[in-house]
Design a protein around this ligand. Structure first.
Ligand code: ZN
Length: 161
């Protein structure tokens, strides 16, 4: 820590930086294996890069996830379990402050609800049964799910006639 305090960096935009403005970045290509940079500028350029390459980055991500689905899924499950409260807190905050994020989140929810409805999956049927009751999905026996599913299909058929 003492070593870091002695480092005086100069940012072209911000001038001399104090310790709070400096960020250590690990970088394999550097001689030391890391370098120091201005935190504000670095965050800014990261943001700009992400904005400029949003499509490409998300496509890369998608491609990677597709190729490593099992690996990714188990990693994501573990990560989510471990960080559940932080993630939901962050998402809540973002949802309340970021209109673009909110819109996308609502759209995604709508889409996945539509998919669920179309497939009439067990979990969708269970969610319908448990919606207005004290039961949880674990309490619903399979035969009840089957009955409810048939009811839904019947209702839809009647509607289409
Ligand atoms: Zn700077």
């Amino acid at each position: 820590m003492r070593e870091e305090k002695e480092i005086v960096k100069v940012c072209k935009r911000h001038g001399h930086l104090n310790i709070n403005d400096i960020q250590l970045i690990k970088h394999k290509k550097c001689k030391k294996g890391f370098y120091y940079t201005c935190k504000i500028c670095n965050n800014y350029s990261k943001k700009m890069y992400a904005t400029r390459n949003r499509k490409k980055l998300s496509e890369n991500n998608k491609e990677y996830r597709k190729k490593n689905r099992d690996k990714y899924n188990s990693w994501a499950r573990k990560y989510f379990k471990k960080n559940r409260s932080i993630i939901s807190e962050r998402a809540n905050k973002k949802y309340n402050n970021d209109d673009f994020f909110k819109k996308r989140a609502l759209e995604n929810t709508k889409k996945s609800m539509k998919k669920l409805r179309e497939n009439i999956s067990d979990s969708y049927v269970k969610s319908l049964i448990t919606r207005d009751s004290l039961l949880t999905s674990k309490d619903i026996p399979l035969f009840l799910v089957e009955i409810k599913r048939m009811q839904i299909i019947l209702k839809r058929e009647l509607k289409n006639d």
